[in-house]
Design a protein around this ligand. Structure first.
Ligand SMILES: Nc1ncnc2c1ncn2[C@@H]1O[C@H](COP(=O)(O)OP(=O)(O)OP(=O)(O)O)[C@@H](O)[C@H]1O
Ligand SMILES: [Mg+2]
Length: 447
């Protein structure tokens, strides 16, 4: 805490000097003024924490000074010194925001304790302000679009479980918004002023995951040159998001389970456990129950993580969200690409509603971005979507059905080639059942 500053305003030089001496001796920064008007002038350039002012002064009295202070720097506390006969005025002054008044003659101790109390109040007010600002900050949520019942159910669940500390398992296909929902859980929790740390477990080499998560001591393995804090420690008080949780190797799953159950972590090479204070949110686009059945994911950990399960349905099952998402991304990319697109025409919406959206919201977002790059007018129309890549621009203009057919034909052929005609694999990649793949192939004349 910085040293507090006090302005002493009194027309009697003797009082100024004695107050200055008493206050600076205990560590306050003091300034003096010989009249109310001089004090007001000084404060205009030098805001002070406390003003200690005589009530009766010839040139601008204490009351005028108080009003000026409360108008310009309301957080400055004003203490008034009153002579005999001005007590009533002093009481009035308190109604106008003076912190307290002290009657003359005064004791040094009275001055000191009154100043101290005024400072306590000031600190408290500032702390409250800070806390309120923090609360406000927590409300800066990411935009989550969608009025479909399916998404509303997800959001209702988020509101309900956000304040709790229980682990949450978010499931959903790629691009459905798992990370978005994980962030929403954090933003709506009491931990929102601490960090949200997303970790893609699939992106960290298996032999490094443990030390990344739990930290390590210097020399605990070759290359561990110094102690390293794990991400669980970095996230203390906040939320850790373990994305693609199935990528955590079995031996580490055991340690993760122990960390959650005993609320402590053991850095690699250490024998003294550290307290774990993080909210764990995990996510996967796989069916974890299946992984458990196949023995690649521990059943006990699965149950631990899945205390609360949130499943985000694929976009195809909530197509009513598409129009709003389209408008949202048009706004986003107008700003990013410096365009003036106002909307998409009816045919575009129809087209978008009919797509499969294997990549869900992310794929839709990419489609809008791409189309907007091609659009120079104020309306997105089909041609902007069909000119997907510069290469097939020529082939893909004109009749929509023909274009879609061409796209389907090419994608199926490409996948069949890359899978060496393994129909099961191809169907999986294409997101089709094997029978639909056969049907499509016949329809499109693919041998
Ligand atoms: N309902 C929504 N409203 C607005 N934006 C959304 C919504 N759902 C998803 N998005 C956006 O779509 C993109 C993909 O979302 P996100 O990264 O959360 O998906 P994911 O499920 O984690 O995907 P993956 O499994 O591929 O990691 C992000 O840009 C996200 O902001
Ligand atoms: Mg993700």
């Amino acid at each position: 805490m910085h040293a507090k500053s006090i302005l002493i305003a009194d027309d009697e030089a003797g009082i100024r000097t004695s107050l200055e001496k008493a206050l600076s001796k205990v560590g306050y920064i003091t300034k003096t003024a010989s009249s109310g008007n001089k004090a007001i002038k000084f404060l205009a350039k030098n805001p002070m924490d406390i003003v200690l002012s005589d009530l009766k002064m010839p040139d601008g009295d204490g009351l005028e000074l108080l009003r000026a202070v409360k108008e310009n720097t309301p957080s400055t506390e004003v203490i008034l010194l009153t002579g005999y006969g001005t007590v009533l005025t002093a009481v009035e002054a308190m109604k106008e925001g003076a912190y307290d008044f002290i009657t003359k003659p005064f004791k040094r101790a009275t001055i000191l304790s009154t100043v101290e109390r005024a400072i306590d109040r000031q600190n408290l007010t500032q702390e409250n302000k800070y806390l309120k600002a923090q609360l406000g900050k927590g409300k800066a949520y990411d935009t989550i679009i969608g009025k479909s019942q399916a998404l509303q159910d997800v959001l209702a669940m988020v509101e309900r479980v956000a304040p709790l500390t229980s682990t949450v398992l978010i499931t959903g296909a790629s691009g459905t918004g798992k990370e978005l929902i994980a962030r929403a859980l954090h933003q709506r929790s009491l931990r929102s002023d601490k960090r949200f740390i997303p970790i893609n477990c699939a992106a960290i080499p298996e032999n490094l995951i443990e030390s990344e998560l739990f930290g390590h001591l210097r020399g605990s393995f070759t290359g561990a040159m110094r102690d390293k804090e794990g991400l669980f420690k970095v996230a203390t008080g906040g939320t850790i998001f373990l994305d693609e949780i199935v990528s955590v190797p079995l031996n580490l799953q055991v340690k993760l389970l122990r960390a959650i159950e005993q609320k402590e972590i053991l850095p690699v090479g250490s024998t003294s456990p550290e307290i774990l204070d993080v909210r764990i949110v995990a996510a996967t686009n796989k069916n974890l129950a299946n992984e458990v059945e196949q023995g690649t994911f521990r059943e006990d950990l699965y149950y631990r993580l899945n205390v609360v399960g949130i499943n985000i349905p694929p976009l195809k099952e909530r197509v009513e969200d598409i129009p709003e998402l389209v408008n949202h991304y048009i706004k986003v990319y107008n700003a990013q690409l410096n365009k003036q697109v106002e909307g998409a025409d009816q045919k575009v919406l129809q087209f978008l509603l009919e797509q499969e959206w294997q990549g869900n919201v992310r794929e839709l977002e990419n489609a809008i971005e791409r189309a907007m790059i091609f659009c120079d007018g104020d309306q997105l129309s089909l041609q902007h979507f069909l000119r997907t890549s510069p290469n097939n621009k020529k082939e893909l203009t004109g009749d929509l059905k023909a274009s879609v057919r061409k796209l389907e034909h090419d994608s199926i052929l490409t996948v069949l080639l890359t899978t060496k005609q393994d129909k099961n694999k191809a169907a999986e990649i294409l997101g089709l059942s094997v029978s639909s793949l056969y049907r499509k192939m016949t329809e499109l004349g693919i041998e």
